[in-house]
Write a protein of this length. Structure first.
Length: 87
């Protein structure tokens, strides 16, 4: 797992496109982060806080619980301050 991405387990209605979910999550989180950390707005003025791309996969051959466990335990043996935000 790299320090430049976020893993999320999302449950959504089937009539909402994954691209719309990603668009909403990125847009809303960007606004909340920039409201809380004013320096981000100055640093990224006229630019996007998040990269344009995203990756989406369905649960398929693994269970929801297996994915959730992976996300929760990915920092057990690593740097717990990976996503530390400093203003």
């Amino acid at each position: 797992m790299g320090k430049d991405h976020i893993d999320m387990l999302v449950s959504a209605p089937t009539n909402i496109a994954p691209s719309k979910i990603a668009q909403y999550l990125k847009g809303r989180s960007s606004k909340l982060l920039q409201d809380e950390f004013r320096d981000l707005g100055k640093r990224y003025w006229g630019q996007h806080l998040w990269a344009r791309g995203y990756f989406c996969a369905t649960v398929g051959s693994v269970t929801k619980d297996m994915i959730q466990e992976y996300i929760e335990k990915q920092f057990e043996n690593g740097d717990k301050n990976h996503f530390k935000v400093e203003s």
